[in-house]
Every structure is written in structure tokens, then in C-alpha cells.
Ligand binder design. Structure first.
Ligand code: AMP
Ligand code: MG
Length: 363
């Protein structure tokens, strides 16, 4: 049953084109940077050229924002003193502005100024790659010392005659655009595909999906099918739905990048209010797993960068407040919690329940 389901659905988080590609689609699935896989399935126009441009844009942006590249513009910013203007390409300028807007729109749940907090917990890219906890967990005092600089309002952007700069208003402010960069790229990919006259397509960047036009099947067309990966059984789908093109679907979850310590899952999203990984709380004796935290948050809407920021924010806010945020922003969402609840915002054309989602109680 699950394989049958797979045959009908484009896929989030799993390479999208393993099954069911119509032969006339241009199909590619390759890692573009830092383990991020770009899956495309494009029809019409000049998909080869579109794909080539997507890969080169992904490489350029990753080079500019990667925390793992010592010479990246974002590392230059992170190491800079207060007031020093760091020249950046326009796209980085745009991305930083989007991240600042997301911070404001989510009342601080999306916060791109937490790289040192992520590092302290070992949930930054380097730490999480080991799959192990850090040698020592950070104390509350150590984390509190980072609070003053975890503030995107202290990041300044300037545009001057075609030159773009970012600077900080206080020493120690740092940026990590990992929570929104894939969405930004996906939006740019959509523009590239349209420029090359692609009329139907699915572009997936490790969980950030953009859908263009309608899915072509021989001479007929239909809505796209999207499957959401089961957060606790990754080879399966927790649910699936049909949707029109012209939208993005983005999932954030605790099941791709995490480690366990004493049976507690520490994931890569950090709560900017408690300064702990989402789903974890401190207790007198150490740490505990929250029972009702969000383990998967899918957001659907027009802008992929916004879906990306909102899905990360929902991980932080929890199902209730996360759903309120999506309603306020006019974005749809499907949220799953550790205590097996499913919260839906907006109208979804769900596929019949062939998969695990009946195990989650709709609230
Ligand atoms: P995502 O997978 O889109 O939810 O983004 C998670 C990534 O965003 C992490 O790997 C960090 O780089 C960064 N990040 C972690 N916590 C936050 C947060 N609360 N707000 C914004 N970005 C975050
Ligand atoms: Mg995100």
C-alpha cells in the first residue's frame, strides 16, 4: 500500500523522483552542497539550462552564507566588529532582510542570530554531523551570556548605488541563515524555471518543495500529490494531499538532524526563548523531553522563503501557537506532535488514509 501511495506522490524529504516520473519530464537528483539534495522534475521549455542555472545559483549562495566556509560573507560578518560594513552580493542582502522580516513576523520565534547557541548544544552543522552530544552541555549562565546578541534588530543592511552591505550594531552579533536559505533558493529556482519556460515541475531542495503548473500524465493533467514523511518512520508517509501548482510546501522536523542523549532527542531547531533545542527542557536533575512538542511542521503557501521561516517558527511555538501564527499569516499547515496529535490549518485535499496518519489524533 505504501509503495502504491509513493507512486502517486511527489515527496518531501525523500528524493522526489524515485517513482512515478512521466518519461517526458527532465529529471535530476544530485547533492548540490553540504548534503542538500536538489531534485528536479521539469517539463517544457529548456529544463537543462534551467537546472544548470539552479546548480550554479545554489553554489554561489552556499559559498556566501555557509558557516562551514571560512571565507564566506556571513563568516566575515560573524567575525567582524560592530559598525564594520561587510560587502555582500545582492542576494545575501535580500536574504538577510527576509530573515529580519521573519523575525518580526513570528514575534521572535524565527531568530537567525543563534549560531553560538546551536554550537553550544552541538546541534550546529558540525556538531549534528557527529550524531553525538557535545562533551559538556552548556549551562544556563553560559547561554544567558549570548542573549543580548541574539537579536536580528542589531543587524543592519545598506544598499548604496548597486553595492550591498551588512553590519552589526553590537560586537558578538552573528547570523545563521540555515532556517530560511533553502526556501529563498527554492523561490529563485521557481523564477529560473519560469524564465526558461518550464510549464510543469516539482523542485525539491531537501524538504523545500516548489510546484509549478499541473502534473502531466500522458495527454492529461492533474493536481500534484505531496506526501509528508512520517516523522517516526522515515521510509513511509504520514499523510498525503493533492495541491495545485504555484505553491511551495516546506517541512521542518526533528527527525533528520538530531542526536540522542540519555534517550532524549536534541534536534537542530533552537528555541530562542528558552535557548534549548525544541522539545527539550531543563529539569533539576538534567534534561527531559517535552511530551507535546512539534516533531513535524509542514507549511504551504505562495512564498517558499516564508514557508521555510514559518515551519521553523512552528517547531518553536508548538501546535497551538504555531497554528495561530499560520492563520495570522494566511499560510496553511499540517503539524504533528510527539503525543500523536495532528493539527491542520487551512483546507487540504487529503488522500485517503493509506498511511500512518490515522495514528495521529486530529485536534
Ligand atoms: P529548518 O530545517 O528550516 O527548520 O531550519 C533549521 C536550521 O535553522 C538550523 O539548522 C539552524 O541553522 C537554524 N535555526 C535553528 N533554530 C532556529 C530558529 N529558532 N530560528 C531560525 N533559524 C534557526
Ligand atoms: Mg525553515
Amino acid at each position: 500500500m505504501k509503495r502504491l501511495f509513493a507512486a502517486f506522490f511527489a515527496i518531501l524529504l525523500i528524493p522526489a523522483c524515485l517513482f512515478g516520473c512521466a518519461p517526458s519530464y527532465f529529471v535530476k537528483s544530485d547533492a548540490v552542497f553540504a548534503g542538500i539534495v536538489l531534485d528536479v522534475k521539469l517539463y517544457g521549455g529548456n529544463p537543462e539550462k534551467a537546472y544548470e542555472e539552479m546548480v550554479s545559483l545554489a553554489t554561489e549562495i552556499n559559498g556566501a552564507i555557509s558557516l562551514g566556509e571560512p571565507d564566506s560573507a556571513i563568516n566575515a560578518f560573524n567575525e567582524s566588529d560592530s559598525g564594520k560594513k561587510i560587502p555582500v552580493i545582492r542576494r545575501v542582502y535580500d536574504l538577510v532582510r527576509l530573515a529580519k522580516t521573519a523575525y518580526a513576523e513570528t514575534d521572535g520565534a524565527f531568530n537567525p542570530c543563534l549560531p553560538d547557541v546551536s554550537k553550544a548544544w552541538g546541534v550546529d552543522n558540525d556538531g549534528i554531523a557527529t550524531g553525538n552530544p557535545p562533551a559538556v552541555f552548556p549551562t544556563e549562565e553560559e547561554l544567558n551570556a549570548l542573549r543580548a546578541v541574539a537579536n536580528p534588530d542589531l543587524v543592519k543592511t545598506d544598499a548604496d548605488n548597486g553595492n550591498y552591505y551588512i553590519s552589526k550594531n553590537a560586537d558578538g552579533v552573528k547570523l545563521d541563515l540555515g532556517g530560511i536559505a533553502k526556501g529563498y533558493l527554492a523561490d529563485e529556482f521557481k523564477a529560473i524555471a519560469e524564465r526558461y519556460n518550464v510549464v510543469s515541475g516539482c523542485i525539491s531542495l531537501s524538504g523545500n518543495v516548489i510546484l509549478i503548473g499541473r502534473y502531466k500524465e500522458g495527454d492529461s493533467e492533474r493536481d500534484w500529490g505531496v506526501g509528508i514523511t512520517d516523522p517516526r518512520e522515515k521510509h513511509a508517509y504520514v499523510c498525503g494531499f493533492y495541491t495545485q501548482g504555484g505553491v511551495s510546501v516546506v517541512t521542518s522536523g526533528d527527525y533528520e538532524r538530531y542526536y540522542f542523549s540519555d534517550g532524549i532527542r536534541f534536534c537542530h531547531v533552537v528555541d530562542p526563548f528558552t535557548f534549548t533545542p525544541t522539545g527539550v527542557e531543563r529539569t533539576d536533575s538534567g534534561f527531559a523531553q517535552k511530551t507535546d512538542y512539534v516533531i513535524s511542521a509542514t507549511v504551504r503557501g505562495a512564498s517558499s522563503s516564508k514557508c521555510d521561516a514559518l515551519s521553523t517558527a512552528v517547531m518553536v511555538l508548538g501546535a497551538e501557537k504555531g497554528a495561530e501564527l499560520l492563520e495570522r499569516q494566511g499560510y496553511d499547515g499540517i503539524i504533528f506532535t510527539a503525543d500523536k496529535k495532528m493539527k491542520v490549518v487551512g483546507k487540504f485535499d487529503f488522500a485517503t488514509s493509506q498511511t500512518g496518519y490515522t495514528e495521529y489524533e486530529r485536534i
